[in-house]
Design a protein around this ligand. Structure first.
Ligand SMILES: [Zn+2]
Length: 246
């Protein structure tokens, strides 16, 4: 008994080392993703900011057009003023002219306001550009960290992959499939020792999930060389002493 478990134990050791490498690489990858998200968020904010700049310009253009319209009208009114025959017409045209003059000066102030606002917004754009530069630099550093890590661990990783393939080739396909299923569910930790528990040490628990393991399961593990899974977490159970004697 214990031949299968022994082989699975070797596989578990290799799997654990591989997982350590993978999870470190994943940490680097997560940081890269986060870095990219920060850049994207800054870009979105920057675009909203540029939209405000564009809105200012639209306001300026519109006020410009309003002034032009008033000026054309004022030119016509001035000509009409010279040609007018009655005092009543003269007064009416003069009133229109004055209103147009007042409007024009209102639009001119509006343009000055918008131009100041636009200048200020353009000045603030630098903040987004600087932030982007900073974030891009940080992202490049993180990408380099990942690349360095993968390069540094490539040899180890290849060795482990080969050792894993060798160890796996010694295990029956059904047992290997069971192992891989459980390993995928528990971050590579497919196996769990049965620990003694209780005041008299005659209770048993699974070290993986800390739930109790029945005596029936313990006895089965002792008597057959096949996989016995924890009823609660599904990990492949083993007993340290049984393993040592194998
Ligand atoms: Zn369990």
């Amino acid at each position: 008994m214990g031949v299968i478990l022994d082989a699975l134990h070797r596989l578990q050791e290799i799997e654990r080392d591989l997982n350590r490498l993978r999870s470190k690489a994943d940490t680097y990858r997560r940081k890269i993703t986060q870095g990219q998200q920060l850049i994207d968020a800054n870009q979105v904010a920057y675009e909203a900011h540029l939209e405000s700049v564009r809105r200012c310009q639209v306001g300026i253009d519109s006020a410009d057009l309003d002034i032009k319209t008033r000026e054309d009208s004022m030119t016509k009114h001035r000509l009409a003023l010279n040609a007018t025959k009655t005092n009543k017409d003269y007064a009416a045209i003069l009133t229109a002219l004055n209103t147009e003059k007042a409007d024009t000066s209102k639009f001119e102030s509006r343009i000055l306001e918008l131009m100041a606002e636009k200048d200020e917004l353009i000045e603030q754009s630098k903040v987004f550009e600087e932030e982007n530069e900073k974030l891009e630099k940080r992202l490049a550093k993180r990408e380099k960290d990942l690349k360095d890590f993968l390069e540094k661990t490539r040899e180890d990783s290849e060795k482990l992959e080969k050792a894993r393939a060798d160890a796996a080739s010694e295990i029956a396909p059904s047992a290997l499939a069971a192992f891989e299923r459980v390993a995928a569910k528990h971050e590579g930790e497919a196996m769990a020792e049965i620990l003694r528990a209780g005041s008299r040490g005659d209770d048993h628990i699974c070290e993986g999930c800390n739930m109790s393991v029945t005596l029936e399961v313990v006895n089965k593990l002792r008597s057959v060389d096949e996989l016995v899974l924890c009823h609660t977490c599904g990990r492949i159970l083993f007993q340290a002493h049984a393993n040592a004697s194998a």
